[in-house]
Design a protein around this ligand. Structure first.
Ligand code: HEM
Ligand SMILES: N[C@@H](CC(=O)c1ccccc1NC=O)C(=O)O
Length: 283
């Protein structure tokens, strides 16, 4: 046996017959668009740590892209009363959020002096201007028309406006409750989709009925718990953001123009699916 013959299957080289020439076939990098992705890091400062800062945000935006892809499909499946695929997707969204929660551990290796060396190069840019993040908030029901102004001069504006005008995943879950014969008030069913979710007594009663008889309402019960999983994971993300920010910049004003940590702390009070949390006191 020549020294380059594979002992496993006798191929002529030691790489198990792997194709080496991709001049006329699609390769790994072609399929994944790696030329674009891996050439999209352009540090502005001479500081070593800026690469971490850029890649942390780029990977987060990629995961957000997948989350939105899943969340929009969840909404469509809920509208169609097609719950099993929605459950699968909601589980995936919660796991992606967990991934983003743990990603903060990487960024937390950046110390205040390291970030201070980069910060002047960021200008007025801020995560506050992340249109994918804003769409995630909107699709979860945390609507705020005023925040559209940040994007008024960008190509994403119409997309975000549509996201503001479209009922949230939770609005669709509430419609589903009604279609399953649970008594939801006409006011809630006709709620303005551009406004943030407001707790509604009839919705809480409907969910209470579901939690009171899981066997009868198993699919709705499972939906409720999947929504609670998703909101819990999202709260962890917010918490890790604000604690990491405090660790790195203390109480400095944000580059996006907000008060910084105090603004982010206020966001910890947002409850996306209010009745699903409130009902727990009643069980
Ligand atoms: C050194 C790291 C970071 C610092 C110091 C920081 C700081 C801040 C501050 C102060 C704000 C408030 C808006 C402002 O005035 O700028 C903010 C908002 C935001 N940041 Fe970060 N951030 C960091 C990392 C990240 C990362 C890794 C992400 C992930 C994509 C992110 C996403 C966001 C988003 C989406 C908002 C808007 C939040 C909202 O409106 O509720 N940030 N950040
Ligand atoms: N708001 C941050 C800046 C910041 O974190 C940032 C800047 C540009 C791109 C993404 C960012 N991340 C999240 O806010 C600050 O005040 O330092």
């Amino acid at each position: 046996m020549s020294k380059n013959k594979c002992p496993m299957h006798g191929a002529d080289d030691q790489w198990h017959g792997a194709r080496m020439d991709f001049s006329d076939a699609m390769s790994y990098g072609d399929y994944l668009g790696l030329n674009q992705i891996l050439h999209a890091q352009h540090p502005l400062s001479p500081n070593h740590n800026e690469m971490l800062f850029i890649i942390q945000h780029q990977t987060s935006e990629l995961w957000m892209k997948l989350m939105l892809h899943e969340m929009r499909a969840v909404r469509t499946h809920l509208q169609a009363d097609d719950l099993p695929p929605a459950f699968k997707m909601l589980a995936r969204v919660a796991r992606i959020m967990d991934q983003l929660v743990h990603a903060w551990d990487v960024l937390a290796t950046m110390t205040p002096p390291e970030y201070t060396a980069i910060r002047p190069y960021l200008g007025a840019s801020s995560g506050f201007q992340s249109y994918q993040y804003r769409e995630i908030e909107f699709i979860l029901g945390n609507k705020n028309a005023a925040l559209l102004n940040v994007h008024a001069t960008t190509p994403e504006y119409p997309l975000l406006q549509e996201a503001l005008n479209t009922p949230s995943i939770y609005d669709e879950a509430v419609q589903l409750l009604a279609r399953h014969g649970l008594p939801v008030s006409a006011e809630r069913l006709a709620a303005d989709p551009t406004l943030p979710t407001v707790a509604d007594a009839s919705v809480q009663q409907a969910w209470l009925q579901v939690y009171g008889d899981p066997t009868r309402y198993w699919a709705l019960y499972e939906l409720a718990e999947k929504l609670v999983d998703m909101e819990t994971a999202f709260r962890f993300w917010r918490f890790r953001h604000v604690t990491t920010v405090e660790r790195i910049i203390g109480f400095k004003t944000g580059t996006g123009g907000t008060a910084g940590v105090s603004y982010l702390r206020k966001m910890l009070d947002v409850v996306l699916f209010p009745e699903l949390f409130a009902l727990r006191t009643e069980l």
